[in-house]
Write a protein that binds this ligand. Structure first.
Ligand code: ZN
Length: 199
C-alpha cells in the first residue's frame, strides 16, 4: 500500500514497529508529524537521534546514565556487597523510588527468552559474572520479573553463581505473576524484597 507515497509509507512503517502502535495509530501519528511546523518535526527527529547516539551505560551496573558511573554505583553510602539483578533501568528506578534499598544494582537489559531469540549472550550476564569475579559480593538478589522468562533466567543465574558461594536470593511473590515491576506499587516491591528467599 503505497497510496501516500514512498516516504510517508516508510514513516508509517517505522512508527508502527513501535510497541503498542498499530498501523492505524502509526498513520495518525505520521500525518500529525508531516503537518507539524518543520522546525518542530526536525526537533523531534533530533531528540530521537541524540538520545540514541548519546546513550551511555554505567560501567559497573549497566543502567542508563550521563556519566561513567550512575549515582548509586558512585555513592560511598551504598552497600556495594549487595547486588540486585533487575531486567531493566525501569526496574532499577522502581526500587530506587522506594528509597529503602541500600544495595547496588545490575541491569540485565532483558531476560533469556528463546521464543524471541534472546539468548544468554544477548543480556548483560557475562558482565555480571565478571563483576562478581572482581568485586567482593556477599548477596545477589535476583529481582527479574516473576514471569516464566524471568523465573527461568533467575534459575539460570543461580546455577551459574552457586559455585562461588555467594548468597543468592530471589524476591518473593507478592508482585503479581507476570507483572512488570515498574507497574507495581512501592509497598508491594518492598514486601517482595523483604520476603526474599534463599535459592
Ligand atoms: Zn551503576
Amino acid at each position: 500500500m503505497n497510496v501516500y507515497g514512498e516516504q510517508v509509507t516508510k514513516l508509517i512503517g517505522e512508527l508502527s514497529s513501535l510497541p503498542g502502535i498499530g498501523v492505524k495509530g502509526a498513520t495518525r501519528l505520521a500525518f500529525h508529524i508531516i503537518n507539524m511546523p518543520e522546525e518542530k518535526a526536525l526537533s523531534l527527529a533530533d531528540a530521537i537521534s541524540s538520545a540514541r547516539k548519546g546513550v551511555k551505560y554505567c560501567k559497573r551496573c549497566w543502567t542508563l546514565t550521563d556519566g561513567e558511573e550512575c549515582s548509586v554505583c558512585a555513592s560511598p553510602n551504598r552497600d556495594h556487597k549487595t547486588i540486585m539483578v533487575v531486567e531493566s533501568p525501569k526496574d532499577y528506578a522502581a526500587y530506587e523510588r522506594t528509597g529503602k534499598y541500600n544495595g547496588v544494582y545490575h541491569v540485565l537489559h532483558g531476560v533469556i527468552n528463546p521464543s524471541l531469540g534472546i539468548g544468554v549472550s544477548d543480556i548483560r550476564l557475562r558482565e555480571l559474572i565478571l563483576r562478581l569475579e572482581q568485586e567482593d559480593t556477599e548477596e545477589l538478589i535476583i529481582a527479574t520479573n516473576l514471569s516464566v522468562e524471568g523465573e527461568a533466567t533467575a534459575v539460570y543465574i543461580s546455577k551459574l553463581v552457586k559455585p562461588t558461594g555467594i548468597k543468592i536470593t530471589r524476591i518473593a511473590s507478592g508482585v503479581p505473576v507476570g507483572g512488570d515491576l515498574e507497574c507495581v506499587d512501592e509497598f508491594t516491591l518492598l514486601r517482595a524484597l523483604e520476603g526474599r528467599v534463599e535459592l
